[in-house]
Design a protein around this ligand. Structure first.
Ligand code: MN
Length: 351
């Protein structure tokens, strides 16, 4: 759990994925303050947090306690729901619209690549609390809502929330955040707090650096050196990539640590005829259960036009246990059995 004040507003970074997350959100807000009957001072902004049944439960509890909840997000489903997660997303979105009315603005990523574009600078500077997605998009959107911004923030946020190859292409300050995120310790199921602790430090340092704090900026620059080392390792790995199907470039990084996935992806995409990049790795939510995870991404030049979920059956189970995770059309993560039984044969059907 990551929380700190942004421009004096207590901000909690969390995904509402479990009943415990519901309790954490409600507990956080209640600890910050009791409702007073003032619609501004009682406002709790949810921003960039995907609508789930657990976020709905948190919103419902907060409303019942007398808080005003404003929900702004860009994880709406763009087409027909294709799996349980997407079906539940649609249910959760319609519940939130019913509960919140005009205080609910859930849109789609193609219209709002960054959630910062859903708020005006300082629109929630007198709010009680902010609940944000624990990533760079949630951070930048929460900052802008709280009244801390800079001219290029929206464009930076869209890049930070885009595919890995875009993430380090923003302004210098934005690059420092992207590079910091890229070199965070990986999610370790045996020590889940280690990544959160490092991320919390990075986020809070970055908020200070944006405000011109020299020490924070110096700390972020130290992180840049670690990133440079990661770039060199990525270059070595890219040299060992194999074309496993026409236009599909795979690199195995199972025993490698400290490389940068965004850079690796860019280097793979630069190989002749590359349509899809694949990284076979030992970290990630599927790898945490099965030991191995294949992370597939559509090369930038093939987007839009190629929906990577077309490699899957029309209805599919999703989640780490099912060995399939895909939230957007250009990214897909699968287990070793799904890779062998489903994905490899399906490459034949790629146009
Ligand atoms: Mn986002």
């Amino acid at each position: 759990m990551i929380s700190f004040k942004i421009n004096n507003i207590p901000t909690l970074f969390i995904k509402g994925y479990t009943p415990a997350d519901t309790d954490t959100i409600v507990g956080f807000v209640k600890k910050v303050g009791e409702p007073t009957g003032d619609s501004v001072a009682d406002s709790v902004l949810f921003i960039d947090t995907p609508a789930t049944l657990h976020t709905v439960a948190a919103v419902r509890k907060l409303k019942a306690e007398g808080y005003r909840v404003v929900f702004k997000d860009h994880h709406g489903i763009e087409a027909e729901p294709r799996n349980e997660v997407e079906k539940n997303r649609e249910i959760a979105v319609s519940e939130l619209r019913k509960l919140l009315g005009k205080d609910c603005n859930i849109t789609v990523r193609s219209l709002h690549p960054a959630c910062s574009t859903l708020v005006k600078v300082g629109e929630f500077k007198n709010a009680l609390a902010i609940i944000a997605d624990p990533d760079a998009d949630g951070l930048t959107a929460a900052m802008k809502a709280a009244g801390l911004s800079y001219p290029e923030l929206d464009e930076d946020a869209a890049k930070l929330d885009g595919q890995p190859s875009l993430q380090v292409t923003g302004t210098y300050i934005s690059q420092l955040l992207a590079k910091g995120v890229a070199t965070l310790p990986p999610t370790d199921p045996r020590n889940p707090a280690s990544r959160d602790k490092a991320k919390s430090q990075l986020f809070s340092q970055w908020v200070l650096a944006v405000q011109g704090n020299a020490d924070a900026l110096a700390n972020l620059k130290k992180g840049e050196a670690a990133y440079d080392t990661a770039i060199k390792l990525s270059q070595e790995l890219a040299e060992n990539a194999r074309e496993v199907a026409p236009g599909v470039m795979l690199v195995d990084v199972m025993d490698r640590l400290g490389f940068d996935e965004g850079t690796l992806q860019v280097l793979l995409e630069q190989k002749p005829n590359c349509k899809i990049t694949v990284v076979r790795k030992g970290i990630g939510p599927i790898a945490a259960l099965n030991g191995v995870q294949y992370s597939l991404a559509v090369a930038k030049s093939c987007q839009p036009g190629l929906d990577i979920r077309d490699l899957l059956p029309s209805q599919f189970e999703t989640g780490p246990e099912a060995g399939i995770i895909s939230n957007v059309s250009f990214l897909l993560h699968v287990s070793q059995p799904v890779w062998e039984k489903q994905i490899m044969p399906a490459f034949k059907n790629l146009k």
